[in-house]
Design a binder for this molecule. Structure first.
Ligand code: FES
Length: 576
């Protein structure tokens, strides 16, 4: 037994001839593990988010076996464990309500169990941030294996993208352009294989940012879920985590300030999801890096969007992989002074060593630096009397002609009110109006649903209107698009100024000036504030009460305010 092995955390459970060690080993042996499984070799937890309710992760049972194969080859002892699998497509009221609960599940399992290193099996949107947040609080050696994207969607000879197609198809059906037969074909053709949404939505974004952070092996983001190379990457990750334990390469060595800055710039270059802002801030706080909304604006401002993927562009994740994937994007950032080249990654090499030779095989999909999809790919962080703590807009998914806009507010107090009124011919609204949706933030919904990109009024769609300014304290799906101001903080249900807007008020949006202004005198706003009554926030379960009472606002990552941040793993007291 080597010196390294005698020092493993798991040997506190399994080493020696005492009563506790006997019991820990004995119960595990009911699964047939041989004696040498407990000889001090690294015990690797494989944190699996497989669930039939999370179709994006439906292939994770097999993928976990590939990881185990790698762990065994490298001399480790793999132990698979389930955690709450947060399903974007199936969970109501919104998957985001459960991100922090899953993170808690991950953290407490790692703390309680005899683990020396962890492989995080991430896929569907929230499964990436939740697993990473939980692992960050523990700071063991950790590597991410993403599940990979679905095959490209197909419909009548064209490619259709997850989510993005839904918004477009339903707008076309509202406008009377297509019928149910086409919708039925689309329903099947959009989702043709296991894997996460194959647009540059939140799942693809987070898988890409994991790679940019250096927390996964190169190419992790884009290999399709059903491509044999995904299995190979899983096996290699299994081998590598054992080495990481032996080298004590903890997550905090990878998730540095420089790594987060690389990820923010990568997000601009891929045209990534607005949800990444919330998830990265939450993750950074867990690991002890002070990341703010202003970092997002400052670092992303000069980053061109190179990747021509839906919802901002034309292609899909399969195309991205065949064009060279994220390594090409990181190489281009590095060649243009926008990458911290020395940032350490999980394979022990610097990020630059990993990507400097990456070749691009399709410059339509990954555009050259001097011919980007959009010049300003970063996210715009807006402030003003309507969003004192910030709001987010994705310029690459918005309409440039609306970047400087003044319009009359049409206000919806809830998503239910929006649905009740939006189709009414009597709705007093035109293309220059600004739609305001409130009480959809972290506390108000609860969970900050992806309803910020509310559909346009049918009567305006029929007139050919395809975009309008929309403002809310909600989020929007990473697969969605439009001139949509999101994450207004503080939220209306927490007393933010969004609660004070009245129908007919004028609002000014100035993207270049990063300004969001409610054109109402301060005295009038004070008068309205005095009359404002906080909504009655119901919590129908213990978790929802905890969430409502402790969730932070979007600018702080919507984590619970109870989290103390990263803490070294103490050795738990014996249970027997
Ligand atoms: Fe799972 Fe989109 S619904 S990634």
């Amino acid at each position: 037994m080597s010196e390294t092995r005698r020092k493993t955390r798991s040997s506190i459970w399994y080493g020696g001839r005492g009563k506790s060690a006997f019991m820990h080993r004995s119960w595990m042996k009911n699964q047939g593990f041989p004696d040498d499984s407990f000889d001090g070799r690294p015990v690797i937890g494989i944190c699996n988010t497989w669930s039939e309710l999370t179709p994006c992760n439906a292939h994770f049972r097999d993928l976990a076996e590939r990881i185990k194969r790698g762990v065994l080859e490298a001399g480790g002892f793999p132990v698979e464990f389930p955690v709450l699998s947060v399903s974007e497509s199936q969970f109501r009221p919104t998957a985001m309500l459960f991100r922090n609960l899953a993170a808690m599940d991950v953290e407490e399992t790692i703390r309680a169990a005899p683990l020396d290193g962890v492989v995080l099996m991430c896929g569907c949107d929230k499964t990436t941030p939740s697993l990473m947040m939980g692992a960050a609080s523990c700071d063991l050696p950790t590597i991410v294996v993403s599940g990979g994207p679905m095959l490209n969607g197909r419909l009548r000879g064209t490619q259709i993208g997850s989510g993005t197609a839904v918004w477009k198809l339903f707008e076309d059906r509202k406008a009377g352009l297509i019928g149910d037969d086409m919708m039925d074909e689309a329903e099947q053709g959009q989702s043709r294989s296991p894997g996460f949404c194959m647009t540059m939505g939140t799942a693809s974004t987070m898988a890409s940012l994991v790679e940019a952070l250096g927390a996964a092996l190169p190419e992790n983001a884009a290999i399709p879920a059903v491509d044999s190379r995904r299995n190979k990457l899983a096996q290699l990750s299994g081998r590598r985590i054992v080495e990481m334990v032996e080298l004590d390469q903890r997550l905090s060595k990878v998730l540095t300030r420089e790594a987060f800055e690389n990820a923010i710039r990568a997000n601009g270059a891929i045209g990534g999801s607005t949800n990444a802002v919330i998830h990265l801030i939450a993750l950074a706080r867990r690991i002890g890096v002070d990341l703010t909304l202003d970092d997002w604006d400052r670092l992303g401002r000069d980053v061109p969007t190179l990747v021509d993927l839906m919802p901002s562009g034309r292609f899909l994740m399969e195309d991205f992989y065949y064009a060279g994937g994220l390594p090409v994007v990181l190489r281009r950032l590095g060649e243009n002074g926008l990458l911290h080249r020395d940032a350490e990654t999980v394979n022990g090499r610097s990020i630059w060593e990993n990507v400097r030779d990456a070749d691009c095989w399709n410059e339509e999909v990954i555009r050259p630096w001097n011919n980007p999809l959009t010049q300003q790919g970063g996210l715009a962080i807006l402030r003003g009397n309507l969003a004192p703590r910030g709001a987010v807009l994705k310029p690459s998914a918005a309409s440039p002609e609306l970047f400087s806009h003044r319009g009359r507010a049409v206000v919806f107090d809830s998503i239910e009110e929006y649905h009740a009124r939006i189709a009414s011919p009597a709705l007093d609204i035109d293309a220059s109006s600004i739609m305001v949706l409130r009480n959809c933030g972290p506390k108000g919904y609860p969970g900050m649903a992806e309803v910020g990109n509310m559909g346009l009024p049918p009567k305006l769609i029929e007139q050919g209107v395809r975009d309008m300014v929309r403002i809310s304290d909600a989020r929007m799906s990473g697969t969605a698009y439009g001139t949509v101001v999101l994450h207004v903080a503080p939220e209306a249900a927490d007393g933010g100024p969004l609660a004070l807007v009245r129908e007919g008020d004028f609002i000014e949006l100035d993207v270049a000036g990063r300004r969001l202004h409610l054109d109402v005198p301060d005295e009038e706003l004070e008068r309205r504030r005095a009359q404002w009554v906080a909504p009655d926030l119901i919590g129908v379960s213990a978790w929802r009460r905890i969430y409502r009472d402790h969730v932070t606002q979007a600018d702080e990552g919507c984590d619970l305010d109870l989290h103390p941040g990263r803490r070294d793993l103490e050795v738990p007291r014996p249970s027997h």
